[in-house]
Design a protein around this ligand. Structure first.
Ligand SMILES: [Ca+2]
Length: 384
């Protein structure tokens, strides 16, 4: 494990309250060959100044490299001190307690189509993973010469993950805007974020799963208490949501890529319409919910998220190349960490926070060690 130079990062933070007993909810574009230019991820990084942070328990962070040379990592999961990280081209990196990496293959009935921003994206270990060795994945695949996304359960056997059951197929897909985050909520339902797949109006169509946050049972059925009868749609009017997390009171929040700017933080309520493509930024319209916060003319390109407690919502930034913290009650956004390039996902486990870089996703400037899984924690407590 390398203790990175503290000077290389912007420091502050954080998890002094300890992570509640809540289960770690695992928390999520870019491509060299993407023909479509997605403005949110494709432009040169901005370098917003870290806001000065005078909040309570802030302290310097130590930053440790847990794993290097990852291949466009997308989702982080942890189980008993080990990590499982999906890689967009279709492998899962298993990192053991000694930080050694084993690349696990997938045996699926449909190949992972790692085209544009698509590929192997969301990942969630089953609640009984220790016994069942089961997990859920969200991945892009080819269907009738076009792209779509599917959610399947997989089980780990002798280092290979085998497809078990299809939970949901035909989620709209494309080289851009595939959404892709998967998480089990405090209600034991599986939630997935689906993008508009580049067809904006899909987000307003209730007969179409694109541009929505979806909710299903762990068997892939539509729960009886879903807000729209016989529909997986939990909320809609989203452009390209890539992060969802619940706070310790069970309230769901999301991150969403806006169109060239106006990236969003939303509080998600069942059955509600979040406006894309009809409203963006501060615009309003009857029956549509505006975001809690948006990036204005700046771009965060927000992806994976994690909650600490009730108010601290952590959001990774791709083009923004930083970890941000949205304070729910104060509705403020501040930068808490930067310096390692594009960040795709964040996970809070115990007293530590983990992020993965995405400098090899085709829009970054990778160095030799990229991409990396990094551990952030209080510096004072971990000086070697
Ligand atoms: Ca919106």
């Amino acid at each position: 494990m390398t203790l990175k130079k503290a000077a290389s990062v912007i420091l502050f933070l954080f998890i002094s309250t300890g992570c509640s007993s809540q289960q770690e909810l695992p928390e999520q574009e870019t491509n060299p060959d993407a023909e479509e230019s997605t403005p949110e991820e494709n432009q040169a990084p901005e370098n917003p100044q870290a806001s000065s942070n005078n909040r309570r328990d802030d302290a310097a962070l130590s930053v440790q490299t847990i794993a290097s040379n990852l291949d466009v990592p997308w989702s982080i999961q942890t189980y008993e001190g080990e990590f499982y990280v999906t890689e967009r081209n279709g492998t899962i990196a298993h990192i053991d307690e000694n930080d050694s990496i084993e690349r696990q293959q997938l045996s699926l009935n449909e190949d992972v189509a790692a085209q544009g921003e698509g590929g192997l994206l969301g990942f969630q270990l089953a609640p009984d993973f220790g016994d069942s060795q089961r997990a859920y994945i969200y991945h892009t695949y080819e269907q009738n010469h076009s792209l779509a996304n599917r959610i399947v359960s997989i089980t780990l056997e002798n280092g290979t993950w085998h497809e078990e059951e299809i939970l949901l197929e035909d989620i709209p897909g494309a080289r851009i805007h595939n959404g892709g985050r998967l998480k089990i909520g405090p209600d034991d339902r599986l939630y997935a974020t689906a993008g508009d797949a580049g067809t904006e109006n899909q987000a307003q169509q209730l007969e179409n799963l694109g541009g929505s946050i979806l909710r299903m049972t762990l068997d892939g059925d539509i729960p009886e208490d879903n807000p729209i009868a016989d529909s997986y749609i939990y909320s809609y009017g989203h452009r390209n949501p890539q992060g969802i997390s619940w706070n310790e009171e069970g309230v769901l929040f999301s991150s969403e890529h806006g169109s060239s700017a106006h990236d969003e933080i939303n509080q998600i309520k069942p059955g509600k319409n979040y406006g894309w493509p009809d409203i963006t930024g501060d615009e309003s319209q009857d029956g549509m919910r505006p975001p809690l916060s948006h990036s204005g003319n700046d771009t965060w390109a927000p992806s994976g998220t994690a909650f600490d407690g009730t108010n601290d919502f952590y959001v990774t930034g791709l083009r923004g190349t930083q970890l941000m913290r949205f304070h729910v009650e104060e509705e403020t956004m501040e930068v808490v960490y930067s310096g390692e390039g594009r960040l795709r996902d964040v996970l809070i486990a115990g007293d530590s926070m983990y992020v993965v870089t995405n400098n090899r996703d085709g829009r970054g400037n990778p160095d030799e060690e990229d991409d990396q899984l990094l551990k952030l924690e209080h510096f004072e407590e971990h000086v070697e």
